[in-house]
Design a protein around this ligand. Structure first.
Ligand code: ADP
Ligand code: MG
Length: 704
């Protein structure tokens, strides 16, 4: 009999054990089939049906051995979550039995009924057909009793209805443009350039039983009421703090589940707010990082449930403490693994690096709006600009060294260099550390962190697809312009320097190394002419600006109709989110809060009567004052809930023009919701804990 430890698989054995990955393919596919499939994966070559049949059959056999009875085309519709419909492998035989079957056709193409997925008006509901197409660049895997096949999703007439297709297109396009640049620098080997992403994921863990008791958490994923607990994050004792056993058990199982799925879960720690945590994977190809992040969010929720916990991925579950974000670490690398954003020892002489850097600088400045839009949602509006997340103003942090190098190029003088700095620990047994050339800047939305950019404005709940589509496309556009210029006659080096100089002069306004949380920055950014788009409603209309439509059309990422559809979908989601929140508030106040306070006041009144029966002269000052105070607060809350209900029913909230509806929600309903919350939270402070109808902030954040 083995011990528990002996029965455990080692991590390398566990890793990818539920994935139909390259090892499994090599082992199970005939050699020529494997080779053609590899060509499809690596070079985008079309796959013929005989190969597909062989792959499907091997995939099915492997999946059945893993315990799968079904398969599903797994896709990523516009609502930012994943969708799946499961079909079993069974196929009847003439003698009334079944066998397990899976054909190449079933692997390559699926036909889910698409009528109920958001399409922003792209697909009329009578044209319900949608197609899913196998994405062989992201490995299939087994989860539960199904074989999951990552797929792209489009409508019958070929319009893109998902987030994977444009992401893959943007990656291919960036590759094309970057390879043009590499050729100019004498690289004739690189066939493909990829973007890489490592998304750090923040989340909250709370007790499931407490979660179940709050309608706001169940319907909206965040608390709509809640007075502050006596303690929040002010002692900064949670960040990197020792992890509680229950959370540790959750994290351990989460790691194992993710490793099985081939997800490179690497770092875990407590975050700033109480009950807040983070998981970061090792970076990988953007498309796969995106699939993996979607899976990670789902596995987090499932594993939490098994531990009697609930994982909150909302951007702002609790007022008064930090919300959750997602840091999108992004870089560009060749197919042989050379990171093009690696400055090397002498960045000032690394022309290729400086050119790529210039492309990013120019792109971020010219398309600030797109980056802001890519992270816009009702949930993320609570974070951006609230001094806990980067501001809604997009700017770039480069650090002192790179900024000085760029300044010297702009001014046409040699770079004097920074003295190499050692961090002396002053203790013999400790090594002296080489100091990073850039310090961290937590307040910048887009920070260079040594060999990659960290886009820090993402909310925790969103798919990383959209921000990366934007990043890839805008950098592809700048590289295209650079290639066009540099492919002309003349010596390369002086022309690159010239180009970088021009970019720095024209776009240095986007570079800001200071404190992005300070009010002075808002003023300074305005002087620099940078955009400040505080809410989703401010940001989104710019999506359809001519320059953006032209950008996506030129790079064949989206047609204008597809962009309009995306605009509609995001705006609609904004309105619907706020609508659900308002309805939830109204329900909680009318059905729970007011009755509870009323009962409490009744108890107080009964107490006064009982006390006076015993001693008729008792003043009962405390009860009397509380009754008066709470009655006044109840009247106020009642007034505010009636007001919110009335405003919600206003025809303007149902306007067919989605922009005016969204504007109405932002300007009328959000303030009404805030006022109502204020009135309810004030009552919470005066009502006995046992009367209060739902768990408090203290319960939710400090009980795990
Ligand atoms: P932090 O920002 O919290 O200090 P790290 O520096 O450890 O975290 O890295 C954050 C993330 O950046 C990790 O997911 C890591 O894999 C990712 N990362 C590192 N190098 C690259 C790269 N070249 N491209 C994309 N992501 C990268
Ligand atoms: Mg980070």
């Amino acid at each position: 009999m083995g011990t528990c430890a002996e029965n455990r698989k080692s991590v390398p054995a566990l890793f990818g054990s539920a994935v139909f990955n390259d090892d499994v393919m090599q082992e199970r596919l005939p050699r020529d089939v494997y080779k053609s499939l590899r060509k499809t994966i690596d070079e985008g070559k079309d796959l013929d049906l005989t190969v597909a049949n062989a792959v499907a059959s091997a995939m099915k056999d492997w999946a059945v051995e893993q315990g799968a009875t079904h398969y599903t085309h797994w896709f990523q519709p516009l609502n930012g979550i994943t969708a799946e419909k499961h079909d079993s492998f069974i196929s009847p035989t003439s003698d009334g039995r079944v066998i397990m079957q899976f054909s190449g056709k079933e692997l390559i193409k699926g036909e889910p009924d698409a009528s109920s997925f958001p399409s922003g008006g792209l697909r009329a509901t009578f044209e319900a057909r949608g197609y899913t197409a196998w994405d062989p660049t992201s490995y299939a895997f087994v989860k539960g009793d199904s074989l999951y096949i990552p797929t792209a999703f489009c409508s019958y007439s070929g319009q893109v209805l998902d987030k994977k297709t444009p992401l893959l297109r943007s990656m291919e396009d960036l590759s094309r443009q970057a390879v043009r640049i590499l050729r100019l620098f004498g690289d004739d080997k690189t066939k493909q350039v990829i973007t890489t992403v490592g998304p750090e994921q923040e989340y909250f863990l709370i007790d499931r039983a407490l979660y179940e008791k709050r309608a706001d958490l169940r319907f909206c994923g965040r608390t709509l009421f809640g007075a502050q607990a006596p303690k929040g994050q002010e002692l900064e004792d949670h960040y990197y703090g020792s992890i509680k056993p229950r959370v540790q058990a959750f994290m351990k199982e989460l790691d194992e589940e993710l490793w099985k799925l081939g997800i490179l879960a690497k770092t875990k720690h407590n975050e700033v707010a109480p009950a807040q945590h983070e998981l970061a994977p090792i970076f990988t190809t953007t498309n796969i990082a995106c699939d993996h992040n979607q899976l990670t969010m789902e596995v987090m929720k499932n594993v939490a449930a098994r531990h009697g916990l609930t994982c909150l991925l909302h951007e702002k579950p609790f007022a008064g403490v930090n919300g959750s974000g997602k840091h999108n670490n992004w870089s560009i690398s060749t197919d042989s693994g050379k990171n093009l954003l690696e400055p090397g020892k002498k960045p000032e002489e690394n022309l290729l690096f400086l050119l790529i850097l210039a492309a990013v600088i120019k792109g971020v400045d010219e398309y600030q709006d797109l980056l802001r839009i890519s992270v816009a949602s009702a949930g993320n509006d609570h974070r951006l600009g609230a001094n806990e997340a980067p501001p809604a103003i997009i700017s770039m942090f480069l650090g002192d060294e790179l900024t000085a190098i760029l300044a010297s190029i702009e001014e046409g003088r040699p770079y004097e260099g920074a003295p190499s700095k050692k961090l002396e620990t002053g203790v013999h047994v400790l090594p002296d550390l080489n100091m990073d050339t850039t310090d961290r800047n937590r307040t910048s939305p887009f920070a260079f962190t040594g060999n990659k950019f960290e886009f820090r404005s993402l909310g925790s709940a969103i798919s990383i697809a959209c921000p990366n589509i934007m990043l890839n496309t805008i950098v592809a556009e700048e590289l295209r312009q650079f290639a066009e210029f540099l492919e002309g006659p003349g010596e390369l080096a002086p022309r690159v320097t010239e180009l970088v100089r021009k970019v720095v002069t024209a776009h240095k306004r986007i570079i800001f190394n200071g404190d992005g949380y300070s009010p002075e920055w808002v003023e300074e950014a305005k002087r620099r002419g940078l955009l400040n788009l505080p809410t989703t409603v401010d940001a989104l209309p710019r999506y359809l600006d001519q320059k953006n439509i032209e950008l996506f059309a030129r790079h064949k990422i989206y047609t204008e109709a597809e962009m309009e559809a995306r605009y509609e979908t995001i705006m609609e989601e904004y309105v619907k989110t706020l609508h659900i929140e308002a309805l939830t508030m109204i329900g909680m106040v009318r059905q729970e809060v007011l009755p509870a306070v009323s009962r409490y006041v009744q108890g107080l009144a009964e107490a006064v009567n009982a006390k006076r029966q015993a001693v008729s002269s008792l003043p009962c000052r405390a009860e009397a004052a509380l009754i008066e105070k709470l009655s006044g607060q109840m009247d106020k809350a009642f007034e505010l809930v009636e007001y919110l209900d009335e405003k919600l029913g206003n025809p303007r909230s149902r306007s067919v023009n989605i922009l005016s509806a969204a504007t109405y929600y932002r300007d009328v309903l959000v303030p009404a919701m805030e006022d109502l919350r204020g009135a309810v939270d004030a009552m919470e402070m005066h009502v006995s804990a046992e009367c209060w109808p739902y768990p408090t902030y203290a319960d939710l954040m400090f009980r795990v």
